[in-house]
Each structure stands twice: as structure tokens, then as C-alpha cells.
Design a protein around this ligand. Structure first.
Ligand SMILES: C[S@@+](CC[C@H](N)C(=O)[O-])C[C@H]1O[C@@H](n2cnc3c(N)ncnc32)[C@H](O)[C@@H]1O
Length: 290
């Protein structure tokens, strides 16, 4: 990657940022989703940048809020990324199928038992959204064999097929490139000076109930947090705008000791079954441009 001597993003891509016409919100419920921190996060979004780069996409709250013109979006969850691809490219077929799925316990367990690789890509995306909208708390959790194992949520009237939101999401995703790999190879290969990177990894757990790291069959360990902070620092030094978020604890503050650290409050599930909510301190980490 070439190091720029003086960073002048506006000269590179004059109007790279916003194509926002309508407010768009995530079409998935996602543990650790950033919807309620948006007003805090917006304060740290640069006024212009080349491309929006998000290595841990999840529900994509900040991406949908900003609707950037050019975006590179990544997540290691293959079912999630397939769903985004179908929402972007085949939303009508997806809506047609999803709108036939009932909120019934028996149907839920039949869908849950299906093996994604036995389905076509539209069926896989419909299954993913269906399980997300009807399972307990919208959690995504798999066992060691990568089988989805969250129970039926038993909600009285969940929105399974939100046509309008899916249509808006599809339009927002039109000019995005989607990737499904580990954040490290993705960022190392793709990020360029002038890009805005927002990194929202599985949080370092601060209580014995915070289970934010369990999104896939792979865990995100302490050493992964250290490696992530080192890569983000390197990309900041090379001229990317970098913002990250994580839990507020000594370990994370140490990983980002030479960054701007902004403490914020978020409402999160605070007990084991996710039924209790409370305020939790989190940090927004901003690479200081020099
Ligand atoms: C805290 S969530 C992101 C939430 C998102 N910002 C939102 O608003 O919904 C973290 C995401 O990182 C993904 N992930 C976990 N380990 C990863 C890795 N090694 N590389 C890339 N993505 C990973 C998970 O699948 C999960 O979707």
C-alpha cells in the first residue's frame, strides 16, 4: 500500500459519500447491532472519503444510515453474506418466497433443520431472514457443526417479510461489493488510503453473560482483538480514516491506548437469556489523523 504524504480525500473523489434519499434501517435483528449508537457514531464519520469499508458487517446499521456511494462490506458469516447478495440482486424473488412463510412453531423447526447447502441461494436467504425474524431475540448462534440452534421466539405477530425495508435495502446495496472472509485478509487486501473503515468486531466480553463474540462457529479471542487493533493502527497510519467500537474495559483501552477513546452508553441484554436490558459502557475508538 502506498503511503500518501498529504491526505486530501476530497481531491480524490469529490462526492464519494452520500446518496441518501430515504432513511434506511437494517432488515435483520443483530446482536451488538449499532442502531442505537448511530447518533454517537455519526460524529466521527469524516465529511468526505473514498469508499466505505466495513469488515464486520452484521446488520449493517451504520452502512444503511450513511448509504455511501461506494462500499465494500465483509462478514465471515456465509449465510449472512449470501442474504445480502440476494437482497441486492434478487429481492423480488426473495420477497415472493418469504411472504409465504408462516409464523408457526412446526414450520420454524422444519426450516431450522434444513441444511443451507441443499437449498438454492434465494431459499437460503429466505430461510436466514425467516429464522432471524422468528427465533428467540433474533439471535444468530450455531453449534460446532455450524447448525443454527436458537429456539422458536413465539412472538405474536413478527414482521417476517418487510417488503418496503427489503426494497430500500436492495437499492442501498446496489453499488456495494460483498465479501465473505476473515476481516484480516479482507482489510489487508482491500483498504486504501482515503477509505473510511468502520470496524465493529465481536466485543471483548466484560461480564460472564456477554456473549457477543459467538456469531459463528469460530470465536474471537483476546489475541484477535490485539491483532485487529494492530492492523487498524497500520491502516490509520497509511491514510485511512478508522473508527472502531468495542466494550469499555482496561484490556480494550490498552489495545487502543494511542487512539481517541470516547465512552458511550448502550442499552444491551444483560442477563443470560437476553430478557433483561440495561445500560452498558462501550467505547468508540477513533484513529487520530495527524
Ligand atoms: C458486533 S457484530 C457487527 C454488528 C454491526 N455493526 C451491526 O450494526 O449490526 C460483529 C460481526 O462480526 C462477524 N465476525 C466475527 N468474526 C469475524 C471475523 N474473524 N472476520 C469477519 N467477520 C467476523 C460476525 O459474524 C458479526 O456479524
Amino acid at each position: 500500500m502506498k503511503v500518501k504524504e498529504k491526505y486530501e480525500p476530497e481531491l480524490l473523489f469529490p462526492d464519494a459519500r452520500i446518496k441518501k434519499q430515504v432513511a434506511v434501517t437494517p432488515f435483520l435483528k443483530w446482536a451488538g447491532g449499532k442502531s442505537q449508537l448511530l447518533s454517537e457514531l455519526r460524529r466521527f464519520v469524516p465529511s468526505s472519503f473514498c469508499r466505505y469499508v466495513e469488515p464486520f458487517l452484521g446488520g449493517g446499521a451504520l452502512f444503511f444510515d450513511l448509504q455511501p456511494d461506494k462500499a465494500l462490506l465483509n462478514d465471515s458469516n456465509a449465510e449472512l453474506i449470501n442474504t445480502y447478495e440476494i437482497v441486492r440482486d434478487e429481492v423480488d424473488k426473495l420477497i415472493e418466497l418469504l411472504s409465504t412463510y408462516p409464523n408457526e412453531k412446526e414450520f420454524f423447526y422444519k426450516m431450522r433443520a434444513q441444511v443451507p447447502n441443499d437449498l438454492d441461494t434465494v431459499e437460503r436467504a429466505a430461510r436466514f431472514i425467516y429464522l432471524n425474524r422468528t427465533c428467540f431475540n433474533g439471535l444468530y448462534r450455531v453449534n460446532k457443526k455450524n447448525q443454527f440452534n436458537v429456539p422458536f421466539g413465539d412472538y405474536s405477530n413478527p414482521t417476517i417479510c418487510d417488503r418496503e425495508r427489503l426494497g430500500d435495502a436492495s437499492r442501498s446495496l446496489k453499488n456495494t461489493q460483498l465479501f465473505c472472509e476473515d476481516y484480516h485478509s479482507f482489510l489487508y487486501r482491500e483498504a486504501q488510503p482515503g477509505d473510511f473503515i468502520y470496524a465493529d468486531p465481536p466485543y471483548h466480553p466484560i461480564s460472564r453473560y456477554s456473549d457477543f463474540k459467538r456469531y459463528t462457529k469460530d470465536f474471537f479471542y483476546k489475541r484477535d482483538q490485539v491483532k485487529l487493533a494492530a492492523l487498524l493502527r497500520k491502516l490509520g497510519q497509511r491514510g485511512c480514516y478508522v473508527v472502531a467500537s468495542n466494550s469499555d474495559c482496561d484490556f480494550i483501552r490498552k489495545c487502543y491506548s494511542d487512539w481517541e477513546i470516547h465512552k458511550v452508553q448502550a442499552r444491551r441484554n444483560i442477563n443470560k437469556n437476553g430478557s433483561g436490558r440495561g445500560n452498558i459502557s462501550e467505547v468508540i475508538l477513533v484513529w487520530p489523523l495527524k
